[in-house]
Design a protein around this ligand. Structure first.
Ligand SMILES: *Cc1c(COP(=O)(O)O)cnc(C)c1O
Ligand SMILES: [Zn+2]
Length: 386
């Protein structure tokens, strides 16, 4: 059964649709489950999931570290941990949702699997999809970075670079779905089911007061919160952590709507941010994120390019090289603490959504990088340590 997040309309699961007739995203029912003992996350959380994962599809997604961040914790006077999603097989959390979408496509007997992506989801769908034998095609923006496109192309899908509005492309893509084709997009119900496992893993270590979620289309936010909701429903936790959604200043339709107490987002006219993984101008899950922020007393914040570059370096100094889109969490945290919105000693988890190897701006011209000739190596090293 699929249920509309906004109007409550119900649809038969076999209809294979992702969006309600009212335009809002659909979700599966809230599951009630037990957490098992298995290492494999799909087995361990199986009673919360709508289908079984074939061992052959598994590339080792999930079970990512929840690392302490000693220097940031000390500096900010809180207990900060970083959920390191860069450790997934294609270096972003997207893998958790991709594998369930793939299993669903196979269950329905589809021959082709497609997605719309600024890069990370395309890489993930390509990696999992091509090896499964389905025909994979990905629609990416024409200005996608070289690093991202080279990863995608190596997996061997059909790549279609689209010139045009990325927000519209999401809805256009549904028109392409036919008898043979399954589409998995940022807010597809089965994808959201996969993202829940981030909440389950955090729960198994310990549930924080706050969870910080970089937000573009809203799928990650919706998945993580559905996970916590199900943990509450099945009696594993009494309290759901306070969610903090973070956007880039140059593309922050959810933030703006939240600030002005609107129930609906407005399309962002021209995204202008270096964090391309969070640049969806018309997030399909945006209204639902607003509703959940309201329901769980959440906060929404936006950060500038400079703030995210700075945060990216600080996270790297905790040993994790992340994307700019992932660094927005720590950047927002600093602002919220300064404004007294988060109390001293609070336990906070920030989700580090994807790897910095996929593209970054900082690091260049760093003050701790030196050039020297091999003949003067010793002098050079001595100078560096002065
Ligand atoms: C996809 C993505 C996000 C945003 O997730 P949404 O589900 O679109 O809100 C954030 N960071 C990275 C690295 C991503 O790939
Ligand atoms: Zn609806």
């Amino acid at each position: 059964m699929l249920i509309c997040e906004a109007c409550g309309k119900e649809y038969d699961l076999d209809k294979n649709i992702h969006v309600c007739s009212c335009g809002e995203p659909l979700r599966m029912e809230y599951f009630d489950g037990e957490i098992g003992e298995e290492d494999d996350i799909w087995a361990r959380y199986g009673s919360f999931l709508p289908l079984e994962v074939d061992d052959l599809s598994n590339l080792g997604e999930g079970n990512t570290p929840l690392s302490k961040a000693p220097s940031l914790s000390k500096k900010l006077d809180i207990d900060l941990r970083l959920k390191n999603e860069t450790m997934n097989p294609t270096w972003s959390f997207k893998d958790r949702g991709t594998i369930l979408s793939l299993e669903r496509a196979k269950e329905l007997g589809k021959k082709k699997l497609g997605t719309v992506s600024t890069g990370n989801m395309a890489a993930s769908v390509s990696a999992y999809g091509v090896r499964s034998g389905l025909k994979i095609f990905v629609l990416v923006p024409s200005d996608i970075s070289d690093k991202k496109i080279s990863q995608i192309e190596n997996y061997g899908p059909i790549v279609i670079k689209v010139d045009g509005d990325y927000g519209d492309l999401y809805y256009e893509s549904f028109e392409l779905a036919d008898r043979d084709t399954y589409f998995t997009n940022s807010n597809s119900p089965f994808r959201i089911e996969g993202y829940k496992t981030i909440a389950f893993e955090i729960y198994e270590e310990n549930v924080p007061h706050y969870v910080i979620i970089p937000t573009s289309s809203g799928g990650l936010f919706r998945g993580v919160m559905k996970g916590f909701k199900e943990l509450e429903k099945s009696g594993h936790i009494d309290e759901i952590p306070v969610p903090i959604s973070v956007q880039a200043e140059g593309c922050s339709p959810i933030y703006e709507a939240h600030e002005s107490d609107e129930r609906e987002i407005e399309r962002w006219s021209e995204p202008d941010t270096i964090a391309d993984a969070i640049s969806n101008p018309f997030p399909p899950g945006g209204n639902d994120v607003l509703e959940k922020l309201d329901r769980y007393d959440g906060m929404c914040e936006k950060v500038s390019n400079q703030e995210m570059v700075e945060a990216q370096k600080q996270i790297a100094r905790e040993g994790i090289f992340c994307q700019l889109a992932s660094a927005v969490g720590v950047a927002a945290l600093k602002k919220l603490i300064e404004r007294g919105k988060i109390e001293k000693g609070a336990e906070v988890v920030s989700i580090i959504t994807g790897s910095g190897l996929k593209g970054s701006l900082s690091g260049q011209n760093d003050r701790s990088t030196y050039n020297c000739a091999i003949e003067s190596l010793e002098a050079c090293v001595n100078r560096a340590f002065e």
